[in-house]
Design a protein around this ligand. Sequence first.
Ligand code: GLP
Length: 260
Amino acid sequence: MEVVIAPAEELAVLAADAIEALLRREPATVLGLATGSSPLKVYDELARRHEQEGLSFARARGFMLDEYVGLAADHPERYRNVIDTEIASRVDFAPGAVQGPDGLADDLPAACAAYERAIAGAGGVDVQLLGIGTDGHIAFNEPGSSLASRTRIKTLTRQTRVDNARFFDDDVDQVPTHCLTQGLGTIMDARHLVLLATGRHKAEAVHQLVEGPISAMWPATVMQMHPHATVLVDDAAASRLQLGDYYRQTFESKPGWQGL
Ligand code: GLP
């Protein structure tokens, strides 16, 4: 696992660089798209490069991590709509190239199975963007999630619903109780994981992710088993890392910097 500690703007540039390098090498790349505030600067940077530098997503595909169950099709916080607003509509993805699990399906388990097949059918995810919840969840894999889980229905914890109430008029009762989420096993199949975290409220989750024992109690710790995982954090999110100085030194002295 590589840990990079830098200001948020620099982290976004590094993540965008990794995605751009993939797109230039293989235009038919498969991107794993995350919601939440953590990737927003990355999406801004990608949209800027599309507009100003001709970076094209025309042959790429995108797969979302998760979706709320039951939010109306036109609800602005439905993740499908959030992804459209934040990135899909700002670049040149082909129609239908970005998919997410269907939280409005009549048969939710069948929708989850179909989503797994769609990801596999696309050849798997090349680079997966991730945020992390304060309780250590990635996507919506809450504490206690099987480290081998696949896309399925999950019940959101009270903590996650409180954290996300800011998107729902600060009213926790408006936050859905259930979601569909890629499993930890699904996420681990992606060829490169890039997790972004900023702010002191993420410091304990980041410490556990990087330095804690692998445990379903901190689901993101499964990333320690991934052969190519990058953790991009600002000073505040890095503030509880025991080996913070070492990670800084490693990054600064990295010979022949090749990108993430
Ligand atoms: C949500 C999403 C996650 C995201 C997390 C952190 O619950 N399902 O994918 O990583 O929140 O969100 P933020 O980046 O806004 O802190």
